[in-house]
Design a binder for this molecule. Structure first.
Ligand code: NAD
Length: 462
């Protein structure tokens, strides 16, 4: 055991890794299948836990957590053999005879720290990638979704190989203590503030890491689209999980000519989805805890809601609310909202909308509703974000073929599908040479003639 180790589980995992068990593709497949069995067999238990944590509906839980994860497992199982294959490289004439290849190697023992807003998904999606890549993993679920944390701990204990995968539950102190350990890779999902702390801790051991952070994701709506469809999609994406989604549209920038129409369609969509009083809707979740509820109430009190605006401290309910008349300088525009408040801001032309986005930090996602190809290309070219989705929202994060991650202050590194496998592995180069021939040319002394010939050969054949 290392001297500075406080979690004996980590030593067990390290020993397993050193024995090479997790490198085997049969082990990887068996663990992925076991994880799938957990998701299928415990679907109701998982749904109940998420409902207890913040009244998330079983349908939303399936769509954004269990169903998504099952797809991710299937994708990994289908592609694992090709991902694991070593890549042969061609050897320049001067280095022959020889054979060169590189392979994707697991890092070792990795730490996965999850956020509470998709408490299952944000722990298990990285775990799928970590297993596929052949690592041992410690999973630290969020303490703010306690019921789900328990289900994860119990589920992984019973379904997965305990000598290679373990769950350590706990709050901030546990998280900090875990960061004192020497891991081979850190995968963190959470806020920018804590992301900085994690990066400092990683620097101590020079541990490589991925940070999946948040930010303000803009959604631009041009005048040339079907506004009813745009409004329905925006409302769905914003109020899913009660706005507690890292890639939810944080605010809408709408062309001034269609602002009124879009607002009306959005109000209509809220009523269609959640009824006249969303407090009574079984499909509308709650805010996760008192701190976040108070933070959102404060933001709400500083603005004038165009629709919604009701709150109830009893169950931490905040109504789906659209805020009108907000400026880019307003308080609510200075940090990630992370709740069901949607400011709508009008612009005169697309250049103005883009300028506002370029001035801010780089978001995790950028959304655009436009039917004009030129505008679509201009927005993609002149902006920077972790991902972009045109004429829809959120789905850029649900396709296993598309890497998911941030840029700048929204984080770095990516996962989902092959990107996740790559994140949890490093490329190891191997070169095999034969002992003969062994010409004198490479060895000193480098006489003028020898050096000249060497130069000639290297320039000609490498
Ligand atoms: P958080 O940063 O408060 O907590 C995340 C995790 O870090 C928790 O497990 C917690 O125990 C741990 N933690 C808290 N303080 C710590 C400290 N000082 N040192 C070490 N670990 C600590 O985030 P949250 O409130 O759970 O999640 C909300 C944030 O996460 C939002 O900003 C959201 O945008 C972001 N998020 C990002 C993604 C993404 O994929 N990029 C996904 C979901 C959420």
């Amino acid at each position: 055991m290392q001297k500075d180790q406080v979690f004996p589980q980590v030593a067990v995992l390290r020993e397993t890794f050193e024995r090479g068990i997790t490198r085997d593709s049969t082990w990887r497949r068996s663990q992925l299948l076991a994880l799938e069995a957990f998701l299928v067999e415990c679907e109701q238990k998982i749904a109940a836990a998420l409902h207890d944590d913040f009244r998330k509906s079983p349908a939303e839980t399936f769509l954004t957590e269990t169903g998504y994860l099952r797809g991710e497992i299937r994708f990994a199982l289908k592609h694992l053999t090709s991902w694991m294959k070593p890549h042969r490289v061609s050897i320049p004439l001067i280095y022959q005879p020889g054979k060169g290849y590189y392979s994707s190697e697991p890092y070792g023992v990795v730490l996965i720290t999850g956020a509470w807003n998709y408490p299952l998904n944000l722990c298990l999606a990285p775990l799928i990638s970590a297993i596929a890549a052949g690592n041992c993993a410690v999973v630290k679920p969020s303490e703010h979704a306690l019921h789900t944390s328990k289900v994860i701990a119990e589920g992984l204990y019973y379904y997965l190989d305990r000598s290679a995968i373990c769950v350590i539950e706990g709050g901030v102190e546990t998280s900090k203590a875990l960061l004192e350990e020497r891991f081979d890779y850190l995968f963190f999902t959470g806020s920018q503030r804590v992301g900085c702390e994690v990066m400092k801790a990683a620097a101590k051991h020079l541990t490589p890491l991925t940070l999946e952070l948040g930010g303000k994701c803009p959604c631009i709506v041009e005048a040339d689209v079907d506004l009813r469809v745009a409004a329905r999609r925006i409302v769905w994406a914003k109020f899913l999980n009660a706005g507690q989604t890292c890639i939810a549209p944080d605010y809408v920038l709408v062309h001034k000519d269609v602002e009124g129409e879009l607002l009306s369609f959005m109000r209509e969509a809220i009523t269609d989805f959640y009824g006249a009083d969303p407090l009574l809707s079984p499909d509308y979740p709650r805010i996760v805890n008192e701190n976040n509820f108070n933070r959102l109430e404060k933001l709400l009190s500083g603005s004038s809601p165009w629709c919604g605006g009701k709150t109830d401290p009893q169950g931490y309910y905040v109504a789906p609310s659209i805020l009108h008349g907000v400026t880019l300088e307003a308080g609510i525009m200075q940090s990630e909202i992370f709740g069901p408040l949607l400011p709508v801001i009008a612009y005169h032309d697309i250049g103005e909308a883009l300028e506002g986005i370029q001035r801010g930090p780089k978001p995790l996602a950028l959304y655009l509703f436009s039917s004009d190809r030129e505008v679509q290309e201009k927005v993609v070219r002149q902006s920077c974000s972790g991902g972009v989705c045109i004429n829809d929202l959120l789905f850029q994060a649900s396709l296993p073929g598309l890497p998911f991650g941030g840029v700048g202050s929204s984080g770095f590194g990516a996962y989902h599908g092959k990107a996740g496998f790559d994140t949890f592995s490093f490329k190891r180069s191997v070169l095999k040479r034969s002992l003969y021939p062994d010409p004198d040319l490479r060895y000193p002394p480098y006489t003028g003639k020898k050096f000249g010939f060497l130069k000639y050969l290297v320039t000609l054949f490498s």
